[in-house]
Design a protein around this ligand. Structure first.
Ligand SMILES: Nc1ncnc2c1ncn2[C@@H]1O[C@H](COP(=O)(O)OP(=O)(O)OP(=O)(O)O)[C@@H](O)[C@H]1O
Length: 278
């Protein structure tokens, strides 16, 4: 279904992404891992046309989406929704309106200007919020929600577009482990239940192993690993991150012990040792 062929993105002389190629068939949950600067975000941004590629093709059902222009490019963008680390919600706007904004580009200027949403659209937004377990938050301002709830609103906004592919750029990097798990479980649910492909940039190995059918490791703009979660051994991870023998897996962990207490202050801090992987 998705074929990435020799895709390159140069910034000046530097290749942020350097002739990467891989194929994804079916509605897989794919994780992309690698240290900071490996090219993960640049790849996702090319996928949904936020950034142009310098060379190469990305074929989706045989169509090169990198060549799409104007309305066709915008139509593609609504087929592959993007979720960001910082949620990118409108903070002072209520949750339901934030979700409805997922279909903003399908509406006329007048409809947008007067915030005119059809009853069917409003019901759909509420249904999605209900499915993600946050229906009661619908009238609240987005800024009043916890980070994990805000990210679920962002996922709901993405679902409003009814996308084929969900691209998630470090979706849990700003969350504590409890909320990280809820958000990853939500992404997995829509992958499994809806059959939507999910491609997520992740910076913790345990998350990649736990949720992904397939893991792609990037280093210096190139794909240096492409395999299953089981094949992602410590030595493979060390290669991907370009770390030496002191590489410590625990430092990239977000694991939540079974008996972890939500009120334990240790769990209220993001547990990512970003320094290890960035
Ligand atoms: N707009 C830009 N202009 C110049 N260089 C850029 C730009 N965007 C990215 N780069 C460079 O491209 C390389 C890849 O960056 P990218 O953000 O894709 O990496 P990443 O793996 O997503 O890292 P991180 O996890 O920190 O987001 C880096 O060297 C970065 O500095």
């Amino acid at each position: 279904m998705l074929e990435v062929r020799e895709v390159t993105r140069l910034f000046g002389q530097k290749a942020a992404v350097n002739r990467i190629s891989f194929e994804i068939t079916g509605p897989a949950f794919v994780g992309i891992i690698g240290r900071s600067g490996a090219g993960k975000s640049t790849f996702l941004r090319m996928m949904n046309r936020l950034t142009d590629a310098t060379a190469g093709e990305i074929l989706v059902e045989g169509r090169n989406i990198l060549a799409l222009k104007g309305a066709a490019s915008r139509a593609w963008q609504s087929q592959c929704a993007m979720i960001f680390q910082q949620f990118n919600l409108v903070p002072r706007m209520d949750v339901a309106s934030n979700v409805l904004h997922g279909i903003l580009n399908r509406r006329s200027t007048m409809q947008t200007l007067f915030s005119l949403w059809s009853r069917a659209d409003i019901l759909k937004a509420l249904e999605i919020l209900d499915r993600l377990g946050i229906a009661e938050q619908a009238p609240k301002r987005a800024e009043a929600l916890s980070g994990g709830q805000q990210q679920r609103v962002a996922i709901a906004r993405a679902l409003m577009q009814d996308p084929k592919i969900i691209l998630a750029d470090e979706p849990i990097a700003s969350l504590d482990p409890m909320n990280a798990q809820i958000v990853m479980d939500t992404l997995k649910k829509i992958n499994v239940e809806d059959g939507r492909m999910v491609i997520a940039n992740l910076h913790t190995l345990d998350t990649a192993r736990r949720y992904c059918d397939r893991v792609i490791g990037m280093r210096d703009g190139e794909v240096v690993f492409d395999g299953t979660a089981d094949e992602l051994t410590t030595s493979v991870a060390r290669e991907i991150y370009g770390a030496d023998d002191s590489f410590n897996e625990a430092a990239t962990s977000t694991s939540i012990p079974v008996d972890a207490k939500a009120e334990d202050p240790a769990w209220s801090q993001p547990a990512y040792a970003a320094a290890m992987v960035s």
